[in-house]
Design a protein around this ligand. Structure first.
Ligand code: ZN
Length: 488
């Protein structure tokens, strides 16, 4: 009798799972055709944000572009969150699993480019979307809107949140939103990033401390009475000499880079004020903190040598390494494979090929050869182990509190480096549109799986717990410090 009951129960469970899957497949098809029907709207939003090319914490028009789209589709909006005017949270739905989708929209200073395959100044001469965050923001918003359609049609119970996260390039937006308590109560967070290829994210990212060192000296006539002055710039330069000697003794995964943000007014005045801005990176936050402490000691020593004062060590932000979630990666990979890589037309391939030929590496060689695709047309196989970390993202911080899944979609010429003009060029054309549509469809599909399949949700959470472990989440940002109001 018990065996019969068990058999019936198992059969019922199996048939329910089949029904779930059939329903989910129907919902995915609905979501994909809805996203296709919105291509024009999404393209316009991208081209607007792409043209504004606003840098971190100054993305007022870009943020509003996405907010307007969400409000017009019935989302409620909370703006100016965590003390940042351009950060927002858009929500739809009343009950059920909570899935958050991340939208970025900040541009990079100094990489202006038109939607041309030849290097040309673009609509904003000061900045450009060299990390592709205009398509990032719009693709994520497209996914959230598609999920909203399904919730509104009572396809499932669920809450969808679209997070407008500013200033990713300085690792500020998500970090301060997290400190203000956002993200932590969601079940899963999804996102994507423009790339030169199509793949589910399964990679490590580097941790960072983003910190400014401020030196104070005293002004004097640099020729008449230099002995009366103390140069704050000397402090900065001696510090950097010290750091450049330190380099030999840090691990190969570490990266230290800096720009001098204040170096004095003009040569005949001994600079009374100077400031240097550092990103200190490594594969683990633990290592980054050790290097940060070492570099702080070097700064203090440089102040002693130059008889200046180290006025302030200002930790602007920090980023933690990514916690990967295998089950979420596998589900994203399945969905991306079902959707397929964007289908490129001849003129798009020709555009990307020209950018590869025009963009030369430091040895004057073009990117790739005749065997290099102009634009990726395949889905990368899933690696067994996470790929090694090269860059950083503040998405990493969220992954310490909530399972995070994502993908990369080909949005510019294969093999081209991010933060370069060809990325700006391609994301301002239909190449960008196709990439953001593919991303929106994949994120929507994975969200549908998570809303409708409790077993998948449980597996994702279990995988995350295993990857996360129980290491404490350390921070070097002072308790209660508000988000910066400007990047520099
Ligand atoms: Zn980016």
């Amino acid at each position: 009798m018990l065996r019969v009951t068990l058999f019936v129960a198992t059969a019922l469970l199996a048939s329910t799972t089949v029904a779930f899957a059939a329903d989910a497949n129907r919902m995915k098809r609905d979501a994909w055709s809805w996203i296709d029907s919105q291509t024009q709207v999404l393209e316009t939003a991208n081209l607007n944000i792409w043209s504004y090319a606003e840098i971190g914490l100054a993305e007022s028009k870009s943020s509003k572009e996405l907010q307007d789209l969400l409000v017009a589709n019935g989302f409620s909006i909370e703006t100016g969150v965590a003390g940042m005017p351009t950060a927002f949270v858009a929500t739809y739905g009343n009950s059920g699993p909570v899935i958050g989708i991340l939208a970025e929209f900040d541009a990079l200073p100094g990489v202006s480019q038109a939607a041309s395959p030849i290097e040309t100044i673009g609509p904003n001469p000061e900045a450009g979307h060299a990390c592709g965050h205009s398509v990032f923001g719009v693709g994520s918003t497209g996914a959230a809107l598609a999920i909203k359609e399904l919730i509104a049609a009572d396809s499932f119970d669920g809450i969808i949140k679209l997070y407008g996260t500013p200033a990713e390039e300085t690792g500020i937006g998500k970090v301060y939103m997290l400190r203000a308590g956002y993200f932590k109560d969601d079940d899963v967070i999804l996102n994507w990033h423009p790339s030169d290829r199509n793949r589910a994210s399964y990679g490590n990212t580097k941790a960072i401390v983003n910190v400014k060192f401020k030196f104070r000296g005293s002004a004097a006539h640099a020729s008449a009475m230099p002995w009366s002055g103390r140069s704050a710039l000397d402090g900065v330069e001696l510090m950097s000499v010290g750091v450049n000697y330190m380099r030999e003794h840090i691990k190969p995964d570490a990266r230290v880079h800096y720009v001098i943000t204040k170096g004095g007014g003009q040569p005949n005045v001994v600079p009374p004020e100077a400031e240097v801005w550092y990103y200190i990176r490594a594969d683990t936050f633990e290592d980054v903190v050790s290097y940060y402490e070492w570099i702080s000691d070097i700064a203090r020593a440089a102040a002693t040598m130059s008889r200046t004062e180290l006025e302030e060590i200002e930790v602007q932000s920090e980023i933690h390494e990514m916690i990967t979630v295998r089950a979420l990666t596998e589900q994203t990979h399945k969905n991306l494979t079902a959707i397929g890589a964007p289908k490129w037309e001849k003129h798009e391939l020709a555009f990307a090929r020209t950018t590869q030929l025009e963009f030369q590496d430091p040895f004057g060689r073009p990117i790739g050869d005749d065997d290099t695709p102009a634009l990726s047309m395949m889905i990368q196989p899933l690696p067994d182990e996470p790929t090694p970390a090269r860059a950083s993202t503040d998405v990493g911080d969220i992954s310490w509190f909530v399972p995070v899944g994502g993908l990369g979609v080909a949005s510019y010429g294969y093999g081209l480096p991010t933060h370069s003009w060809p990325v700006v060029a391609a994301t301002g054309t239909t190449i960008g549109t196709k990439a953001l549509v593919t991303a929106a469809k994949t994120i929507a599909a994975t969200a549908i799986d998570l809303y409708t399949d409790p077993n998948l949700m449980a597996r994702v959470k279990a995988d995350w717990r295993k990857s996360r472990g129980d290491a404490p989440f350390r921070t070097v940002i002072p308790e209660g410090q508000p988000a910066p109001l400007a990047v520099r």
